[in-house]
Design a protein around this ligand. Structure first.
Ligand code: GAL
Length: 701
């Protein structure tokens, strides 16, 4: 264990890189080893984004040789290469791509093919300007950037289908192609007239009659009543909340449909073993990721820290969010090798934390970690972004940290095969509620991701495993379900949640819960709507706070900030767990948290945003109520435990389990283990670990 850690503890001099290059050359890595195409993907993948179209072909061998020497076994290619793949309308040139795919195979490097539709070529947009998107101010996008197409344009989709089909016909059975990424980071929508008409048609299919729409949006307000579908606008700025929510639903369905256009044609020509994904962006809320993930084989995301250093909880939570999109393992399709180029300060990640970040991804269920990018294009907008090679084509220092990751992934690949994270606790995450609250924060400081994170941090420290899922996901397997921000609770969801509690689950609702229906209209009941009955209590009034309010009770004393709801216990068996102290008169000594046993389970309502110490006490209480214990056992602060299990014959008895321990601090840490365990990375067996700064361990029983 120590020996391995030492390697990153020492400075690597330029001379030593040169030396390493010589050693690798002498090991025969300078030329491709005569290799058959990979028989199957490794269980843990290390990848990079490679742009062979930007370089002379004579350079490819050297790139692939250096990749192989770093332990990279997958490249993602093609996703911005449309102008090379279809240099003129209808003339496809895939030969160079085929040569790149074949060449990669010679170095045992498999390929994920990106469809290039995020960057249409100039001939296309010049000849068909109607395919260009229009922004909310009515300006048409031009050539020179990317994502300048309109996501609803039928003509654009025909071109997308054409190039995707040409690629799928050529590579759908290629043994070295592992899977597909459709487009790249869906984000930009269009406000053109065609989109507006499609939105109106979409609304018509959903609501059937204008009377129905007018009623659910309460358009009697401000004379908003629609007499004809053609009168309905695309919302720009703050508009009717019903209209705004449906616009987001339309966007989500449109991206799904945009994606399906390519997905269907790829599936029609590709081996079923080839996966299909798209790269998403963590907490980005431009569309509902559960909707867009539905047709994909696996979810993937682009994990960028941007400015500063890794925040392990925030990043771990985002992995868990992504794992929840399809409730299965996922890929980190892009991550920064050191720095990005788009933050205010493009800080370089501390030495050692490229590795902790990679292992954290795996710990949270990533089966692949891929670096963006291999080498900067000599020109183009991203010249300053982090890379593994310098402009001179030789490794930069971070290459060697990635090489260490490559070695370790290879060592741990077999142990991690078939394993996934598993948790008895779910946090519920819902786009409709996020949008609804964000459009009317009522307190500018109400940041839902921070609220979500306050629950996540406190609970994960105790459980060492968390799921983040959509509220409509099956919940039976969870002992504890926490909904920090479930603003929209339509009747069907209220019934599901009540059934969960009745069957023995513990449901914890955060502030602003159960205020609205699926049309973003206020419920004609007090919060939390239909759940007020099982709760035996309700929200009397909510208050945006500009000053902290004292709270105390069973969880100790502290304060609420930003938001406080005055609760009422209406049933005699309701426990009041926290009360407000003296503040604005209205809140004084009123219940802030109430809880009630219901059916075989329990429902708890937390009406305020609590300080960290109170959140920790709340989490201890929730965990004790649900009878939960940590996945491994207590570890020092700053050390993260992740557990991946392979399902066994009976529930609770996994066929195998692997623990990944990460020291996210710059200090050494001593960790006592509950029993002697074996390190997959060193082979050593021990009952305690001395982890160096930014140390990582992978342990099995
Ligand atoms: C991603 C994008 C990549 C690259 C990267 C830079 O959002 O998918 O193509 O631009 O950012 O950080």
């Amino acid at each position: 264990m120590r020996g391995l850690e030492c390697r990153i503890g020492r400075p690597v001099s330029v001379k030593r890189w040169t030396l390493l290059g010589l050693v690798l050359t002498s090991l025969g890595l300078a030329r491709p080893t005569a290799a058959p195409a990979p028989s199957g993907p490794p269980h843990l993948i290390l990848g990079t984004a490679w742009y062979p179209e930007q370089w002379p072909e004579e350079r490819w061998d050297e790139d692939l040789r250096l990749m192989q020497a770093a332990g990279i076994n997958v490249v993602r290619i093609g996703e911005f290469a449309w102008s090379r793949l279809e240099p003129e309308e209808g003339r496809y040139d895939l030969d160079w791509l085929a040569r790149a795919v074949d060449k990669a195979a010679q170095y045992h490097i498999a390929v994920v093919l990106g469809t290039p539709t995020a960057a249409p070529p100039a001939w296309l947009t010049q000849k068909y300007p109607d395919t260009l998107r229009i922004d909310e101010h009515g300006r048409r996008a031009g050539h020179g950037g990317r994502q300048h197409f309109s996501f609803t344009s039928s003509r654009y989709r025909d071109f997308c289908r054409g190039i995707a089909e040409a690629m799928a016909r050529r590579f759908g059975h290629h043994p070295n192609v592992l899977g597909w990424q459709i487009d790249n980071e869906y984000a930009e929508v269009s406000y053109d007239e065609d989109t507006r008409q499609k939105f109106q048609q979409w609304l018509q299919a959903r609501y059937r009659t204008l009377g129905n729409l007018n009623q659910h949006w309460t358009t009697a307000y401000w004379s908003q009543t629609y007499f004809d579908w053609s009168q309905i606008p695309i919302p720009v700025g703050y508009q009717n909340p019903g209209l705004m929510l449906e616009w987001k639903h339309f966007i989500s369905d449109t991206w799904r449909d945009y994606q399906r256009n390519q997905l269907e044609v790829i599936r029609a020509h590709a081996d079923p073993r080839q996966f299909i994904t798209t790269n998403m962006m963590g907490w980005f809320d431009g569309y509902d990721h559960y909707v867009v993930s539905a047709d994909l084989t696996l979810a993937s995301w682009d994990d960028y820290v941007g400015q500063g250093q890794l925040d392990p909880d925030r990043n771990g939570m985002t992995h868990d969010l992504t794992r929840g999109f399809k409730r299965q393992n996922f890929w980190v399709m892009e991550t920064q090798p050191g720095n990005v180029n788009w933050a205010a300060v493009n800080t370089f990640l501390n030495r050692g934390t490229i590795r902790t970040m990679a292992w954290q991804a795996v710990g949270h269920g990533a089966d692949a970690v891929s670096y963006w990018q291999w080498r900067s294009a000599l020109n183009g907008q991203e010249q300053y972004h982090g890379t593994l090679l310098g402009a001179d084509g030789t490794p930069v220092p971070v290459y060697f940290e990635v090489q260490q990751i490559g070695r370790e992934f290879a060592q741990a690949s077999e142990a991690l095969a078939g394993t996934s994270p598993e948790s008895p606790v779910a946090l519920l995450h819902d786009y409709d509620s996020r949008w609804a609250i964000d459009w009317q924060r009522h307190n500018a400081r109400y940041d839902q991701i921070q609220v979500f994170e306050s629950y996540y941090r406190a609970l994960r420290a105790l459980t060492q495993a968390m799921d983040v899922v959509n509220p409509y996901a099956p919940l039976e397997r969870y002992k504890l379900v926490v909904a920090p921000d479930l603003n929209l609770i339509p009747d069907d969801l209220a019934r599901n949640l009540t059934a969960y509690v009745r069957a023995g689950g513990h449901l914890v609702l955060g502030p602003r819960s159960g205020m609205k229906d699926q049309y973003n209209a206020l419920l004609p009941q007090r919060q939390p709507g239909l759940l007020a009955d099982p709760l035996g209590g309700r929200v009397e009034q909510y208050y945006a706070l500009d000053q902290d309010v004292p709270v105390s009770g069973n969880w100790g004393s502290g304060h609420a900030s930003i938001w406080a709801e005055q609760l009422a216990a209406r049933s005699p068996d309701v426990q009041v767990l926290l009360r407000y102290g003296a503040s604005n008169g209205w809140l004084d000594y009123q219940p802030a948290v109430i809880s009630r046993a219901y059916g075989k389970g329990r429902i708890t309502y937390v009406g305020a945003l609590l300080d960290d110490a109170l959140m920790q006490a709340a989490a201890r209480w929730m965990v004790a109520q649900a009878g939960l214990s940590p996945a491994l056992g207590p570890v020092p602060p700053g050390v993260e435990v992740c557990r991946r299990v392979a399902p066994g014959a009976s529930p609770g008895k996994p066929a195998k389990q692997v623990f990944i321990l990460i020291n996210h601090t710059a200090q050494p840490q001593h960790v006592s283990l509950p029993r002697a365990m074996r390190s997959v990375l060193t082979g050593h067996q021990a009952q305690s670990l001395d982890m160096p700064a930014y140390g990582v361990e992978v342990l099995v029983d």
